[in-house]
Design a binder for this molecule. Structure first.
Ligand code: F6R
Length: 606
């Protein structure tokens, strides 16, 4: 959600800034802009390609700041594009977040004679820094003073024409990573644009202000007291953040499914003993043993992973589980006590609502855990303990491989908790063996991707779609619908198959197809009846199953068969054809699946 990037060093800044923005494009593409002190500012509506077209070369300079916007305050126009400046147009800033008290600050600045050219909260912060500059005549002190007046969230970088090699970055509630190079330093919203330059990074914490020059970095808090922050080394490979042979990140990331499961389970599964060894939980293992219930919190796709886990944990661990979207959890009065575990599921580790839910859990004395993909992210740091996904960077805005990894990690957690609480070793072994077989089964599905492509082509003109599943695949119906909605912008609904008769069946006719997720499991017969009910209303049915028999072939207009696995793991296999379906469906309609309109990866505002 908005990408910020900055550079100071010996090289020409322009290509580095543009390359950084290209890497961050998944965070926002409403507008783009750069500022290089020696050359000035360029902004454009739309993504980086539009910006490139507007740049008139040469644009010399060895430092600069850059931004991709996902609009919050003000429409996606050029006026509202970042960077924004102070009144003297010598100080420019880029910002991700929301300045909550921008109205009162703006009123104050208007009385001091400031003129505003945009409707953004960011311009208010820029003008405020300029206001302090008149009094303090010191760039660092002015930034600090302005930030101390500011309420809300920011990941921001400021640049000053008269000190071109210095950039100041600050963080409050929105991620900021500093990259430490050799004679050059970087700032970004996440590590992906930094990786190609250096693997040494510092994650700023809330309240941190970093002053960077090519050869130096110093970090202060808002009281101007110098602080030490640890340098971490990023393990991700730069190749992982590139598209490689694939046309889109989304397809690349779906095709990584088998490898992702292997990476999530590597070193964590002891099949012979039927146990999961989760190093990240070691320190709190004894505390976990005493807890009585789990609340899983996530947003969007991560929330659906939580819904699947509810079935896994209640069936195999016998612990009560509640699952809630972060944006609801934090605004009601959830009952949390010291017997509760609050578990966040999140790819980015930065989702504002999930983060606040964790903080609320902590305040009330719960043990907080995270299943997080992004190493070093805020949620990974603020939870008491957790499991990293090791899925590698997910760039496609629609989450695919992270979901597969989340389900796998939650299956490992189920095994871990179950074996703490009386799950027999034979059940443990059975689950562990089945988890181990998943990568091969995922490969088998991916090898048949053309079958899904054909089905997607056939239905690509549909305006509505229903996804229907039960029990373990109840949440997979929601996730399948979500993928189609966000990639194709069509109306897609996920429903529990048992709910069809309670309303949704009324929508069904020959133009309203259904994707029915029907593995041969404990609810197979019930699902078959639901398919019949749809067919009786002339609804077309695509069946997704692991059962190949005449009965099911007869009742399907189209069918896709996945390998068999145990019921609790079937969502991990079933979601893959649905992800591929959403991908090919959107491609058929000529849409850019990596950049769904109105969306951005990593929702760092509420
Ligand atoms: C959908 C999608 C979103 C995210 C949600 C949570 O494809 O990507 O629904 O799952 O915004 O994000 P994280 O997992 O980063 O907390």
């Amino acid at each position: 959600m908005c990408g910020i990037f900055a550079y100071t060093g010996k090289q020409q800044a322009l290509p580095i800034l543009l390359d950084g923005l290209t890497c961050l494009e998944y965070r926002g593409y409403d507008s783009a802009g750069i500022y290089i002190p020696e050359s000035g500012v360029v902004k454009s509506v739309g993504a980086v390609d539009n910006l490139k077209k507007k740049i008139v070369l040469p644009m010399p300079g060895n430092s600069g700041i850059a931004h991709l916007r996902w609009a919050t305050h003000g429409e996606p126009t050029e006026e509202n594009a970042h960077p924004h400046s102070d009144s003297s147009e010598t100080i420019w800033i880029v910002h991700n977040g929301i300045i909550e008290n921008y109205k009162e600050l703006k009123e104050m600045l208007l009385t001091k004679g400031c003129t505003f050219y945009s409707s953004t909260d960011t311009e208010v912060l820029a003008k405020l820094i300029g206001y302090y500059m008149e009094e303090k005549k010191d760039f660092e002190k002015s930034v600090l003073a302005a930030l101390n007046d500011t309420k809300g969230t920011y990941g921001m970088v400021a640049s000053y024409k008269n000190e071109p090699n210095k950039i100041i970055a600050a963080r409050q509630g929105a991620p900021v990573v500093i990259g430490l190079g050799n004679g050059e330093n970087f700032v970004a919203s996440d590590v992906s644009p930094i990786l190609r330059h250096t693997k040494d990074v510092i994650y700023l914490l809330d309240g941190d202000v970093a002053v960077l020059t090519p050869n130096n970095h110093t970090i202060y808090n808002l009281q101007n007291i110098s602080i030490d922050r640890k340098t971490e080394i990023i393990e991700w490979d730069i190749e992982e953040a590139k598209k490689g042979e694939y046309a889109h990140f989304m397809l690349k990331e779906i095709m990584e499914g088998a490898e992702v499961v292997e990476n999530t389970i590597r070193g964590r599964l002891i099949v012979d003993e039927g146990i999961a060894k989760l190093g990240g939980l070691d320190a709190v293992a004894e505390q976990i043993r005493t807890k009585k219930r789990i609340i899983i919190v996530g947003c969007g796709t991560a929330y659906y992973a939580g819904l699947v886990a509810e079935y896994m944990i209640e069936e195999f661990v016998g612990m009560p589980v509640e699952v809630e979207v972060g944006s609801e959890f934090r605004y009601r009065k959830p009952i949390i006590d010291q017997d509760t575990i609050v578990l966040a599921v999140t790819q980015s580790g930065e989702t504002a609502d999930t983060l606040e839910a964790i903080r609320e859990g902590k305040r009330k004395g719960a043990l907080t855990l995270g299943i997080v993909n992004t190493v070093g992210s805020t949620i990974s740091r603020e939870t008491d303990a957790g499991i990293y996904n090791h899925a590698g960077p997910e760039i496609g805005v629609a989450s695919t491989k992270a979901f597969i990894s989340q389900l796998t990690a939650l299956a490992l957690l189920t095994l871990f908790l179950g074996r703490q609480r009386g799950m027999s070793s034979s059940t443990g072994k059975m689950i562990a063996e089945e988890i181990k077989k998943l990568p091969q089964k995922i490969k088998e599905i991916l090898d048949k991707k053309e079958e899904i492509q054909k089905i997607a082509k056939k239905y690509a003109n549909s305006r509505d779609f229903l996804f229907m599943g039960r029990k373990y695949n109840y949440a997979i119906a929601f996730e399948g619908a979500l993928k189609l909605k966000e990639c194709s912008y069509i109306h897609a609904e996920g429903y529990g198959a048992g709910e069809m008769k309670h309303g949704p069946l009324a929508m069904i006719d020959e133009n309203f197809p259904t994707f029915a997720i029907v593995p041969n499991d404990s609810v197979y017969e019930k699902n078959i009846s639901n398919i019949q009910e749809i067919r009786a209303r002339k609804g077309k049915v695509i069946v997704l199953t692991n059962e190949d028999n005449e009965e099911i072939r007869d009742m399907s207009d189209d069918i896709f068969i996945v390998p068999k696995t145990v019921e609790m793991l079937s969502p991990i296999l079933n979601i893959i054809p649905l992800q591929l379906f959403a991908y090919y469906f959107a491609i058929e309609r000529g849409l850019n699946v990596d950049r769904p309109r109105n969306l951005a990866k990593s929702v760092t505002v509420e």
